[in-house]
Design a binder for this molecule. Structure first.
Ligand code: HPA
Ligand code: ZN
Length: 330
């Protein structure tokens, strides 16, 4: 199965670039920027990566991102993710980035987007991997602050495909960002949002009805409400599921209890993703491997999951079809 998974062409649709920050690279960048981090060894870092909930993780994740200062830092971070993706037969990625994590510390929007975009350009040239960028608003901050970020992004609009919503979910429902999403859509950005990771089904309803999202990140808690499941299917919206993230953040206590198979049986369109691979113990193929093993997924299931990753990407129809044709040959 491992080599079968390795050989499947696939896309990744739920990936936070700040969550790909491996300790080795973090140490290297911290050193060249002369920034102190509270860890001395890779073992110490790994030990700190045990989480009881989303907030536990976010505290460490923002701390790690704080060593990123220069354009080259963002380039190195992103290019290193592409190098790992290339060897996993990843053909297309839709990368989320959190501008506010950096602009709040005085790093300019331009520095962040230029570093990431240049790595995307080089990855296409060197590996043939295509990519889109998704600008995510931090939901623990205010809508007013999200508007500032939206305005900062306008000069770089050609480099950004979609807007997303991430960070601490509970207490920060999608409706808090109703106006900024409306304005973002007016600018041509596609709306998506994290919903139903820790928040209940009501958060997913709001993402659909208030923000008009075209994709839902996580969405596990849709299963609490069968009318919601029906509505998601009716709108043909995909859920970007992240198995290793779910067990690391205790959203799912044991991989054997992961709701993925149930989601598929109900007719929900789901994809497999790594979310924050440096923190959750595995990149994209490892997510496929562990969920396959836990739920005894068939080769056909795996191919369907990979097909969904292209079908529910924001690629043009003819490019999607080329990838899907290749999958049909397997
Ligand atoms: N959920 C919410 N916010 C995040 C995540 C996540 O899984 N990863 C990075 N920011
Ligand atoms: Zn996420």
């Amino acid at each position: 199965m491992k080599s079968f998974i390795q050989n499947i062409p696939k896309a990744e649709l739920h990936l936070h670039i700040e969550g790909t920050f491996e300790p080795e690279l973090m140490f290297k960048i911290a050193k060249r920027n002369q920034i102190d981090i509270p860890f001395k060894t890779i073992e110490e870092v790994k030990k700190a990566y045990t989480f009881d909930c989303l907030q536990d993780f976010l505290d460490i994740y923002y701390q790690g991102a704080s060593v990123l200062i220069k354009e080259k830092d963002f380039y190195d971070l992103t290019y290193s993710y592409f190098q790992k993706s290339a060897i996993q037969n990843v053909r297309h990625v839709e990368i989320m980035f959190d501008p506010q994590t950096h602009t709040e510390r005085g790093v300019s929007f331009e520095t962040v987007i230029n570093g990431i975009s240049k790595a995307c350009y080089d990855a296409k040239k060197n590996y043939g991997i295509t990519s889109f960028l998704i600008m995510s608003f931090l939901r623990h901050l205010t809508e007013e602050e999200a508007f500032i970020t939206l305005n900062q992004s306008i000069p770089f609009k050609d480099k950004i495909k979609a807007v997303g919503l991430d960070s601490s979910e509970k207490g920060n429902p999608p409706s808090k960002f109703k106006n900024v999403f409306k304005a973002a859509v007016k600018e041509g950005y596609i709306p998506i949002a994290h919903a139903g990771e820790e928040g209940d089904a009501g958060y997913i309803w709001e993402a659909l009805d208030v923000l008009g999202v075209q994709r839902i990140d996580h969405g596990n808690n849709a299963l609490q409400d069968l009318n919601l499941v029906k509505e998601i299917i009716k709108r043909d919206i995909a859920l970007t599921v992240c198995p290793l993230s779910n067990t690391a953040l205790q959203v799912v206590k044991n991989m054997k209890n992961h709701p993925l198979k149930k989601m598929m049986e109900l007719g929900l369109k789901v994809t497999i993703n790594s979310d924050d691979p440096a923190y959750f113990g595995g990149h994209l193929n490892q997510n496929y491997i562990e969920i396959q093993r836990a739920l005894d997924l068939t080769k056909k299931d795996l191919i369907n999951l990979a097909k969904n990753s292209f079908k529910y990407s924001f690629l043009d129809k003819n490019i999607k079809n080329k990838h899907l044709e290749e999958l049909n040959q397997l």
